[in-house]
Design a protein around this ligand. Structure first.
Ligand code: TXA
Ligand code: MG
Length: 355
């Protein structure tokens, strides 16, 4: 099947959104940017349309999709028994990078919710999906627009690399502002469980609704507490590159030096090495005349927002180079998006050193 590519501009916005909405209403699939990552949308209440998402992404059946909504009316159509705290979250963070898991209504087909009694909802902070949901007149099932097992797309070319020929259209609206997927909070659990960390942080959530329980990879567990069990919707492993990723974390000043030692070690064994680095570590390597086969820079370790925006592009680029190992720099500040950035690095890594 041919995948149409819509390059959006001020002039053609209206015409393109009309066409995209028509594809959705006919049960087709359209990829589009959101403020987090590109999503692959279909009519979330039409099981045949939703099946096309699973097929295109090669997503394991049973992995629940979330819905993009545009209005309170949409929310009431698909969710029920909505707790008061959930409304507080909507007021505080919507439109924005927070997916809220609620009890689902019977209007939501089982294929959409992966047979769970709940459904994740998000009102995106982006004109294209908001407008598309409105024009299509239905909540959109919209997982990230990548093949299952690949990093989420932050550019339209990533969507095409994975899904060209398998979806009806992609709207190219440029790079995504955040670059990492939304925070997911399950409001059917008590205390509410944070299933995935994104741009909305634990402190942000707790300011609005009090205690929450982080259950994502690498979530801090206090002494004496056991690691939280994986919840429904978390049982599918995230992105792990084909190339082994070795992550170095710990005290900022030590990380560059340790990465340098690892690099020399791999090179001495004749391995092809790629580097995913902060500018600071790259400067350190330049001063020491340390070189690898490939290098992708994520920006200053003081600016995790910038690094988050580039992370998936960097992982995709390095993973395509046929390297033996990718050495990843975990020296980024944990402020702001830093916690989500480190979480994604940890999920991609098969080996993790902490110095
Ligand atoms: O930022 C985002 O959320 C992007 C953009 C496109 O909106 N979408 C996205 O969708 O990342 P997806 O399907 O790739 O990730 C949604 C996450 C998955 O980890 C899924 O397992 C979880 O939310 N999820 C969805 N519905 C759930 C439910 N009912 N219970 C538990 N987890 C759920
Ligand atoms: Mg995804």
């Amino acid at each position: 099947k041919e995948t149409r590519i819509f390059r959006i501009s001020e002039e053609n916005f209206d015409a393109i959104l009309d066409e995209a909405a028509a594809i959705i209403r006919k049960g087709g699939t359209v990829a589009f940017p959101t403020e987090t990552v590109y999503g692959l949308g279909a009519d979330g209440l039409n099981p045949d349309a939703v099946l096309k998402i699973f097929e295109a992404k090669e997503r394991p059946p049973g992995n629940p999709l979330s819905l993009l909504v545009h209005s309170e009316e949409d929310i009431r159509k698909v969710a029920k028994n909505i707790p008061e705290k959930a409304f507080r979250l909507m007021d505080a963070f919507w439109p924005g990078p927070l997916t809220i898991v609620l009890e689902k209504n019977d209007t939501v087909p089982e294929i959409t919710s992966g047979n769970l009694p709940s459904i994740g909802l998000r009102m995106p902070d982006h004109r294209i999906p908001l407008d598309l949901v409105k024009r299509a007149g239905t909540p959109l099932a919209a997982p990230s627009a990548n093949l299952s097992g690949k990093p989420s797309p932050s550019l339209a070319i990533h969507v095409l690399a994975d899904l060209e020929g398998k979806i009806n259209a992609v709207i190219d609206g440029g790079g995504t502002a955040i670059g990492l997927e939304s925070t997911v909070i399950d409001m059917t659990a008590e205390p509410p469980a944070v299933l995935r960390i994104g741009a909305v942080g634990i402190d942000d959530l707790e300011k609005v609704i009090g205690k929450v329980r982080p259950t994502f990879t690498g979530a801090e567990t206090k002494a004496g507490e056991s690691m939280p069990e994986r919840q429904a919707g978390q049982k599918y492993s995230h992105y792990t590159p084909d190339t082994q990723v070795v992550l170095v974390e710990g005290k900022e000043e030590k990380i560059s030096e340790k990465l340098g030692i690892l690099l020399e070690d791999y090179l001495s064994k004749g391995q092809k090495v790629g580097l995913l680095l902060s500018d600071e570590t790259a400067d350190f390597f330049a001063a020491k005349e340390l070189r690898a086969h490939e290098c992708f820079l994520l920006g200053s370790r003081k600016e995790p927002e910038e690094a988050a925006k580039r992370l998936f592009e960097g992982l995709r680029a390095l993973d395509a180079k046929g390297l033996d190992v990718i050495l990843a720099d975990g020296s980024f500040s944990l402020a702001g998006l830093g916690a989500a950035l480190l979480n994604r690095l940890r999920e991609a890594a098969s080996v993790r050193y902490v110095f």
